[in-house]
Design a protein around this ligand. Sequence first.
Ligand code: TYD
Ligand code: MG
Length: 470
Amino acid sequence: MARRILSFVCQNCGAAYGRWQGKCDACGEWNTIAEETASTARPAMPGRAPRKGRLFALEPLSGEAHDAPRLASGVAEFDRVTGGGFVRGSVLLLGGDPGIGKSTLLIQVAATLARGGHRAVYISGEEAVAQVRLRAERLGLAGAEVALAAETSVEDIIATLSERDTPRLVIIDSIQTMWTDVVESAPGTVTQVRGAAQALIRFAKRSGAAVILVGHVTKDGQIAGPRVVEHMVDAVLSFEGEGSHQFRILRAVKNRFGPTDEIGVFEMTGAGLREIANPSELFLSERDLGSPGTAVFAGIEGSRPLLVEIQALVAPTSLGTPRRAVVGWDQNRLSMVLAVLEAHCGVRLSGHDVYLNVAGGLRIQEPAADLAAAAALVSSLANAPLPPDAVFFGEVSLSGAIRPVAQTAARLKEAAKLGFARAVVPDAARAEAESGLSLKPVAMLSGLVADIAARGTRPARPDRRAVGDG
Ligand code: TYD
Ligand code: MG
C-alpha cells in the first residue's frame, strides 16, 4: 500500500521538518516552510509487471563536441565574464546592491545588442517606461531599437514574447517584482520569486532566447529570495563596487558555460558605465608614491594580469586586544601572514593595530598576494617606504618559505608594461629573466623582512635576544 508522507519543506533552503513551524532552523528564514507530499516507493500496479525502463545508448567520452552557440553582446567586459556572450536558451542572474548600476549596465548591453541587429527586450518591473527612456537618453542610447515595457505579470510577459519572433535577449528587471498566477502568495515572496523564475527559465529553454534576471541583494550580500533560483539558472553574476569609488566589478559566481574567475571592470561616469580594458592603470592611478606601508601586487584575475596597490597601517594600539581590520582581502590570510611574521621573522605585532586595504575597492582572492601584504605590513611598521618601481607576488607558507605561484611570466610582463623596473618574486621564478625586470628572488619571508627593516627608521624587529619569555 502506498503511504503518503506529509512533510514540511523550507522553500528557501530545502530543509525538511516533521511539522510546520514559522522559522526555518537551518537557514533562519521566516515563513518559508510549506507542506509537501512525498509518497514512498511506488508499488507496482496490481496485476501489471513493474515498468522495465527504456534502453538508451551510452556514448564514449571522445567524440564530436559542439561549442555552445554564443551571441556576443558587444560589451567586451561583459562578454569576458559570461565566457564569450549569451548562450541560446540560457538564463543568467545578475545580483548587486541597489544603485550599483545593474539597470544601467543592462540597458547598455541591450542597446549594444540591438545596434548589432538583434532583437532585445527590456522589461522593467520597477520603473516606468518613461524613466527607462530618460536613462537611455542620458546614456546616449535613445536611438537603439530596444523594445521596452513596464510589466510584472510573468504570464503576460511570456505570452507577449512568444507572439512575434523570439527576441535574442530578454532582460527582466527585477525578478523580485515579478509574479505568476500559478502561485498565490504576494509578489516578492519566496514562492513567487521561485515560481516566476521557473516560468521564465522554461520560456528561455523553449524559445532559445537568452534571459537575464536582475536579483536584489540583501544586506548580507545574498541574492534575496530563494537560494534555489541560483541553482536553477545557468550563471550567476554579481555586480560590485565600493560606494565611494567609481569602479564597478562584474564577477561570475557560477557559470555553466564559462569560467568563474574572470572579472569585468567598469567605471561609472556621468554618461553611464565605461569599460576599462586595462584595469591596472586604473587601480594604480592614484598611488601615493614613496609612502611607507604600500606595496604593488602583481596579481591575476582570471586570464588577465592586474596590478593593484596593497596598503597597510601598523600602529601601536591602545586596546587590550589589538585590532585586525582588512578590506578587500581575506581576514584569515591576514591572520596567517601576521602569525608567520611573528613566528619566523621576529616581528612583534601583538601591541599593534593592523589595518590592510586593497586600493580601489578591489577584492583579491589569490594567495599570491601574501608577499605583497607582508611587505606592506613590515614597511609600515618599520616606516620604510618600499621602492616605488617594485612589484611583489608570492605565496607565504606557514614555515615562512615563499612558494611559487602560477603565471609568473604574465605578471612580470604586465609590470614591465606599466613601467615597473623590479619584482620581488618567489625563488622558483628566478629563471624568468626575459621579462626585462630586475628580479629579486626571495626564498624565505624573513630575508625580505630583514631587507625592509634595514632601511626603516623604526625597529620592526626588537632586539631578538630581548624577545621571548625571559
Ligand atoms: P542603476 O542602474 O539604477 O542601479 P541599480 O539598477 O543597480 O539599482 O544606477 C543608479 C546609480 O547610478 C545612480 O545612483 C546614479 C548612477 N548613474 C550614474 O552615475 N551615471 C549614469 O549615467 C547613470 C545612468 C546612473
Ligand atoms: Mg535598477
